[in-house]
Design a protein around this ligand. Structure first.
Ligand SMILES: C[S@@+](CC[C@H](N)C(=O)[O-])C[C@H]1O[C@@H](n2cnc3c(N)ncnc32)[C@H](O)[C@@H]1O
Length: 345
């Protein structure tokens, strides 16, 4: 039952039955004023005007399409934002294990490899952007739209670099971690003289190679990561870029990946990557996680606390330029951010 129906039942608006279309009475118009605009009508003339609506849908549309209603919504949502942010300020510490022995690390990386390779075989595009329109039985008609979306990410990247005083024309080699099927890669290739596109899933990577091949893009090297040695062997870079990738790795793997990749930044190089740092009701207890690791075949979302990221960056001689919250992970009490660091020492 809609909120309006509930209210109408309580206030006993004349001629109203929840089964039939209510007549546009004076009371209904007054009620709509309070519901949508939070105020009484200014005079009888405006009430008469609204009573002339063709039907109830039209009446409500007249309110919801008004600038005043947009203002009311805006005020309500900024209040909501304030309440949410204050809740986060007081968020309690969470148990997040980030250090494991080497054998366990290998097992965790293998797990990420297996889960993502399976997605790459069954739902390569949907696993990258989880919209129903990118499911394998629909991608033939939506592929172009899917790949076009990567242009916006590179536009954002340009804006991030510009406002942080980093000149994109001085950055030659871009290392993209988790390139997936090349959605963003093909646009990065237009900005940098060389792109190294890395993924842990061979099926995703094969589609990326195919997609860029169709456009005769030849300045991208593709690397499939199958072990931690492959991560160690990654080349040095001027820009490290990663979006909606690290979050799918258990925290110890995120930590290891970042530590290794940070160490490969060239002098003046910039790191721009997205990662959740706080998730509501989240914990990562390595023993509990390993106990059910074989059963975990669905997409996972993990977080690494900010202080860990700053400590890793500092150890690698990276200085923070910006941390901007982004919307990669839904849910008002989940925090995902894009971090921007620069190699200065
Ligand atoms: C959600 S998709 C995003 C792809 C791409 N970044 C984009 O925005 O279009 C995540 C990709 O990251 C890859 N991936 C996950 N963990 C990885 C890791 N530790 N190293 C390399 N690739 C990884 C997955 O195989 C998958 O292709």
């Amino acid at each position: 039952m809609s909120l309006l129906s509930k209210v109408l039942r309580k206030v006993k608006v004349p001629n109203f039955s929840i089964r039939s279309e209510p007549a546009i009475t004076r009371d209904l118009v007054v009620l709509a004023y309070y519901l949508y605009l939070r105020r009484p009508p200014e005079n009888e003339e405006v009430i008469r005007h609204h009573m002339g609506a063709a039907n109830i849908d039209q009446l409500f549309a007249n309110f919801t399409n008004s600038d005043e209603f947009v203002d009311v919504l805006h005020r309500a949502s900024s209040n909501f934002g304030t309440i949410t942010l204050n809740r986060l300020v007081g968020a309690a510490a969470q148990r997040i294990d980030t250090v494991v022995d080497e054998k366990t690390m290998v097992r965790l990386v293998r797990h990420v490899h297996d889960v993502w390779s399976a997605y790459g075989k069954t739902e390569p595009h949907w696993s990258v952007v989880t919209s129903e329109s990118y499911l394998s039985d629909r991608i033939a008609g939506t592929r172009e739209h899917f790949y076009q979306s990567g242009a916006d990410n590179v536009k954002q990247l340009r804006a991030i670099l510009e406002r942080n005083g980093a000149d994109i024309s001085t950055l030659s080699t871009c290392l993209e971690l988790g390139c997936g099927v090349g959605r963003v890669t093909q646009w990065l290739a237009r900005e940098f003289s060389k792109v190294v596109a890395v993924d842990i899933s061979r099926p995703h990577l094969d589609l990326a190679v195919e997609q860029l091949g169709k456009q005769s893009i030849s300045n991208v090297d593709f690397i499939c990561l199958s072990s931690l040695d492959d991560v160690e062997a990654l080349p040095r870079y001027d820009l490290f870029y990663s979006l909606i990738v690290l979050q799918h790795n258990p925290p110890p793997v995120i930590r290891r990946m970042l530590a290794t990749i940070f160490s490969k930044a060239n002098e003046g190089g910039v790191c721009v990557f997205q990662i959740p740092t706080y998730l509501e009701n989240y914990e990562f207890n390595i023993d509990h996680y390993l106990a059910f690791i074989e059963k975990r075949q669905a997409m996972e979302v993990h977080a690494l606390p900010q202080h860990e990221i700053f400590a890793l960056a500092s150890a690698a001689g990276l200085s923070p330029l910006e941390v901007v919250r982004d919307g990669s992970v839904g849910g008002v009490d989940n925090v995902s951010s894009i971090f921007v660091f620069q190699k200065t020492s």
